[in-house]
Write a protein that binds this ligand. Structure first.
Ligand code: SAM
Length: 186
């Protein structure tokens, strides 16, 4: 399973605050092989970031297998990921939005997901490399954030499978050994 992990595919959850959504996203991350996820803990009340809203019953213990790195704010997180070579795709409706199936997910990619109530902030969407949307054809304007995450991450998985990115380990031997030991499979 570790040999299927994709260190170049990740998500950034910007103040996703409902534990069942946060955990469902981690579960999908595990399913497509995300090695490490990123999150800005909910703190729009103006105080310091609070704890991450994981909810083990929904994650199916995925939080044990997907490391989560926290960040203080979305814009600096976007910039840090870009500095590491990731293209950041913000799920955000704007003039520059494209259909979520258009980007090349075989590139190092981070999908930026917004808070249930506010979505992705304009500043974070502008800092991103592109804005993507899942076309909506019903009466309701948006999907649940965990459903949107799954839709997009499985498109990434589809493209990566076709490109052979699951056929050979993306982690080097030392990292594979380290994680196997950490997870209790030496
Ligand atoms: N009122 C918010 C807004 O205007 O953005 C709605 C936020 S939506 C419930 C929560 C998150 O789900 C969004 O920030 C985005 O990450 C994701 N999402 C929901 N529907 C989406 C869609 N059609 N395309 C892409 N992402 C979507």
């Amino acid at each position: 399973m570790l040999s299927l992990r994709q260190p170049t595919l990740t998500v950034l959850m910007d103040e996703v605050n409902k534990p069942h959504n946060f955990s469902a996203i981690l579960r999908t991350c595990d399913a497509v092989g995300v090695l490490q996820a990123h999150a800005v803990p909910p703190h729009r009340s103006g105080t310091l970031p609070s704890a991450l809203p994981t909810y083990v019953a929904t994650s199916g213990s995925a939080d044990k297998w997907v490391d989560v790195q926290t960040h203080r704010d979305a814009v600096s997180a976007v910039q840090a990921l870009q500095a590491r070579g990731f293209q950041v795709l913000a799920t955000h409706l704007s003039e520059k939005s494209v259909d979520y199936r258009e980007p090349d997910y075989t590139r190092p990619t981070c999908v930026l997901l917004g808070a249930e109530k506010w979505g992705v902030s304009d500043a974070a969407a502008q800092a991103a490399d592109a804005n993507i949307v899942i076309p909506m054809m019903g009466m309701v304007q948006s999907l649940n954030v965990s459903v949107a995450a799954a839709t997009i991450l499985f498109e990434a998985q589809r493209q990566r499978l076709a490109a052979g990115l699951y056929a050979a380990p993306q982690l080097d031997d030392a990292e594979l050994d380290r994680l196997a030991f950490e997870w209790g499979y030496p």
